[in-house]
Design a protein around this ligand. Sequence first.
Ligand code: XBP
Ligand code: MG
Length: 263
Amino acid sequence: MLAGLEALIFDVDGTLADTERDGHRPAFNAAFAEAGLDWEWTVERYGELLAVTGGKERIRHYIDRYRPGFRPPAGAGDLESLIAALHRRKTAHYVERLAAGGIPLRPGVLRLLREARAAGVRLAIATTTTPENVDALLAAAPEPGLADWFEVIAAGDVVPRKKPAPDIFTLALAQLDLPAAACVAIEDSDNGARAALAAGLRALVVTLSTYTREQDFSDVPLVVEQLDAPATALAGDLGGRDRVDLAVLAALRARVFGVVPSR
Ligand code: XBP
Ligand code: MG
């Protein structure tokens, strides 16, 4: 039934949980306010800023684009140190929000993880976000020890280039010691999809999230609104099923790569 499917590689933000609008965004704003900066990232503005992956990179882009001529206040060090300090505080605010149960896993995520675990399909994460954020999200989930289910957690600054570069997926594949053809990747964004495809992960599912509904996924073989029932395929097909389950993912992998992955 698994037809050569050996691992699932999950994105985090937007995929495991819809974290951007009500998780990351307010955490950035709280860090700015705390530092005495009158920067407020509205829901709409944040949508534009998400084109840049990585929180520190996003702050830098915002300054370049919207605060030209900004200089760090006296005592804050150079721009690089200020951004790093703001981002540390942002991470703290975000983790606090998660620990308070602020952001649940998306419907169907835990079911799919349980199915994979029961079937011996290995689990990995490939994300742009800071590792602490992943730990906090998994620790807050209603499944004790969930983080231990993931054999590989590739996150944040461990690679030189963030998504849409393939680096973080390439790292996850190397740590799994698997070819891309043995895996299915699960993403929610155009930058994430580009990264996965560039790493050879052509058996790719996109589950649309708050900020990604209007993005272009024309190169993605399976696009759904959500993983759980009632799921409908906006691109590709679910083989008559009403949710994204392991059978759907195995069929997708076989369709894209053929039955036996080559090592
Ligand atoms: C999404 C991102 C991240 C988060 C913020 O990553 O682009 O930058 O918005 O996280 P993914 P940090 O979808 O790959 O999980 O502030 O920790 O960078
Ligand atoms: Mg994402």
